[in-house]
Design a protein around this ligand. Structure first.
Ligand code: TYD
Ligand code: MG
Length: 471
């Protein structure tokens, strides 16, 4: 039903549209009169002045043309050089996450907890980027003096790096107009505001409007934008989810603030793979790339101690070794505690249940704690076997042999299921001096690898037999 045309037009008003069938109403209704669905009416803003195009429309106009072209035809104009001319950040770990540097005219959103090092890493990247063109750093979080001091400490000094301490959208647009930078950093997108809107900075509509205005600027003028985004309590970037859809690349900076290692991971990338990660270490002079993460993550691993096991995970194309620890102790309370850092708690609970059933262990009265050393977060099922071995090792108080690396997904029947990249994992572990491997029986390497012993096991029972040292 169309809204009543005789009503006096206010500047903007809302209507309610049914999510299921598209029925429109001026009032909110609990049940859609057309299709009968409950709680399906959603508010939508109706703009009464169609003459002034919304920024959203401008954004789409800027990025897309209405001409259809043959897919395989090479693009003409500025987009033609997309792939060739990337802007490098001078940090190979960061460039890898971007897929080999930043694409001119692309927009990236970098999210992460406060104090994790978002401002630091982008300021450090400015040094190399400023050598390739003008860089404008817009900050609404720190004073120019603070940023200058930090830049000095990080050794960032290039006359091509400009600083703007203003978060008003039009001021930024003017500065971009005047200076014509190649890269613009917005620290942070939540502090940006458009004075023409009457809502506070940080609100959904301000973030959305400012982001779409800046994105249209990026697309029309081929300027690379990097937005820093705050995180909300749920661990995603604060503001509308739509923000993540609007930008080309979304990166998350992870890791424990109190630990040295920080990991940058792409959760969306229109110009590269999302599997790659970059590993950094926070030190006196800012973030330092960790070129050999496996060695760094295993550096403090104790020998001959129960409750720890080495795993080899695959992050994108890169194998990384990590140490998994487990501690099983008698519970003092009625319901046992299950805690984990770096691995999903539900996954751990499931593995404990599988162990209880298929190894015939009494875990119902044990508290279980799991930890991945170094602040790494494992979200690959291939770490299951190492979790099981670490837990079994703690339970029986028998250490896992030091030279063993275990990987494989564990199924609910206690069986081991295959994982990808077995030979890459073995090669990386062998490089660091590991000689014995526990792998799922379906993943036995075709040819023997010199200097290594591969145990291909069918289930967790067999794995525990082989991996644990005798008492
Ligand atoms: P920052 O980059 O400001 O974090 P974010 O922008 O993500 O909120 O700073 C991160 C932390 O790193 C800060 O608590 C101080 C610390 N730090 C160092 O340890 N060494 C350094 O050289 C710098 C610049 C910061
Ligand atoms: Mg900051």
């Amino acid at each position: 039903m169309p809204p009543d045309g005789n009503r006096p037009m206010s500047k903007s008003r809302s209507k309610y549209v049914c999510r299921e069938c598209g029925y429109e109403s001026l009032k909110w209704l609990g049940r859609c009169p057309s299709c009968g669905n409950f709680n399906a009416m959603e508010e939508e803003l109706v703009l009464s002045e169609p003459a002034e195009k919304g920024r959203g429309a401008r954004y789409f106009e800027a990025s897309f043309s209405s001409e259809a072209v043959v897919l395989t035809q090479e693009p003409q104009g500025p987009q033609a050089q997309d792939e060739k001319e990337r802007i490098v950040t001078g940090m190979s770990e960061l460039d890898r996450v971007f897929g080999g540097g930043l694409v001119p005219g692309s927009v990236t959103l970098l999210g992460g907890d406060p104090g994790i090092g978002k401002s630091t890493i982008l300021l450090q990247a400015c040094q190399a980027m400023a050598q390739q063109g003008k860089v404008l750093y817009v900050s609404g979080e720190e004073s120019p003096r603070q940023i200058r001091l930090r830049a000095q400490r990080l050794g960032v000094s290039d006359p091509n790096l400009l600083l703007l301490s203003n978060t008003e959208l039009q001021a930024v647009e003017r500065a971009v107009e005047k200076e014509a930078p190649r890269v613009v950093i917005i620290d942070s997108i939540q502090t940006m505001f458009d004075a023409r809107l009457n809502s506070l900075p940080g609100t959904v509509s301000q973030i959305k409007e400012c982001a779409s205005a800046l994105i249209s600027l990026a697309k029309t003028r081929e300027i690379t934008f990097l937005f820093i985004g705050h995180m909300n309590k749920e661990g995603s970037i604060a503001g509308p989810k739509m923000l993540e859809h609007m930008v080309d690349t979304v990166l998350y900076f992870e890791g424990d603030k109190n630990l040295a290692y920080r990991i940058i991971r792409a959760s969306k990338n229109r110009f590269g793979s999302t599997n790659e990660i970059g590993i950094f270490e926070m030190g006196q002079a800012g973030l330092r790339e960790v070129e050999n993460p496996s060695a760094a993550l295993l550096s403090g691993k104790p020998h001959g101690v129960s409750g720890t096991c080495t795993v080899c995970i695959l992050e994108g194309t890169r194998p990384i070794l990590a140490e998994i620890q487990a501690l099983l102790v008698e519970s003092r309370f009625g319901s046992p505690r299950r805690m984990s850092t770096g691995v999903e708690q539900n996954r751990c609970a499931m593995l404990l249940a599988v162990m209880e059933k298929h190894l015939d262990l009494k875990l119902g009265t044990s508290d279980a704690y799991f930890n991945v050393v170094g602040g790494l977060r494992l979200n690959e099922p291939s770490s299951d076997l190492a979790l099981v071995l670490a837990a079994a090792s703690s339970y029986f108080n028998r250490p896992v042999y030091d030279e063993i690396v275990a990987f494989g997904e564990v199924g609910l029947a206690g069986e081991l299921r295959s994982v990808r990249g077995v030979s890459e994992r073995i090669a990386e572990a062998a490089r660091l001096g590991y000689t014995s491997f526990l792998v799922p029986h379906t993943d036995r390497p075709k040819a023997p690898i010199k200097g290594t012993t591969v145990y291909a096991v069918k289930n967790i029972g067999e794995a525990v037999e082989i991996a644990l040292q005798p008492k």
